[in-house]
Write a protein that binds this ligand. Structure first.
Ligand code: AMP
Length: 216
């Protein structure tokens, strides 16, 4: 299975991507996670990407396409299939991906779009807190930890992602509407099926719809 997961920041791509990866035994590839890791390690890519990420802007297409080429041409890690979370985000990235997949002869099976209204997205993202020790994720509005600011699982102090502040969130949503949402039309006019899923429900209900769409 080779999929693209589209949706605004906070639509649940990370959560659903992880469930899909587990269910179908495919690799989840999140450009956001890869970039955050590069920033943490201080690699050349991380050094170039950091300022864009902190401002809620997109990292330049050529950097992202080089990164994705490296990953998708590595057959070992993607041979069972992949789910792309957070890529492509612009028209040149989508065109670059088409070329790359044609080259390695691995066409896409489907595009899954998670739809969520802006006011819900803002609460989901600005309420998000993560545990730096064990990776558990909470939301101060929807899933607060039992002790404020502390991880239920390991007790570490929870942190907010640097780009999850209210101002950056508004910018990330605007960037999504302007650059990424038009890709829904791009894929609709291709031969790849596009599945629109209502993402404003609990995790299990959303995942049931995703499964149903993929197995239809
Ligand atoms: P995410 O975790 O997917 O929300 O990504 C966090 C940030 O990483 C985004 O706001 C961008 O700055 C950057 N980023 C992630 N994926 C891409 C991409 N495909 N193209 C450009 N920038 C990206």
């Amino acid at each position: 299975m080779k999929l693209i997961l589209l949706g605004a920041p906070g639509a649940g791509k990370g959560t659903q991507g992880a469930l899909i990866a587990k269910r179908y035994g495919v690799t989840r590839i999140s450009t956001g996670d890869l970039l955050r890791d590069a920033v943490r390690r201080g690699t050349p890519l991380g050094l170039k990407a950091k300022a864009f990420m902190d401002a809620g802007e997109l990292v330049p297409d050529d950097l992202i396409l080089d990164l994705m080429r490296e990953i998708l041409t590595d057959e070992e890690s993607t041979h069972a299939g992949f789910i792309l979370d957070g890529f492509p985000r612009t028209r040149p990235q989508a065109e670059g991906l088409d070329e790359l997949l044609a080259e390695i002869e691995r066409p896409l099976d489907a595009v899954v779009v998670l739809e969520v209204e802006d006011d819900v997205l803002v609460k989901r993202i600005s309420g998000r807190r993560a545990c730096p020790e064990c990776g558990a994720v909470y939301n101060v509005y929807f899933e607060p930890p039992s002790t404020e600011g502390r991880c239920d699982q390991c007790g570490a102090a929870l942190v907010e992602r640097a780009d999850d502040t209210a101002e950056t969130v508004r910018r990330r949503l605007a960037v999504y509407r302007e650059n990424t949402e038009p890709l829904i039309e791009y894929y609709r006019s291709s031969t790849t099926p596009v599945h629109m899923i209502d993402g404003d429900r609990d995790v299990e209900a959303v995942f049931r719809d995703v499964e149903e769409a993929l197995e239809r």
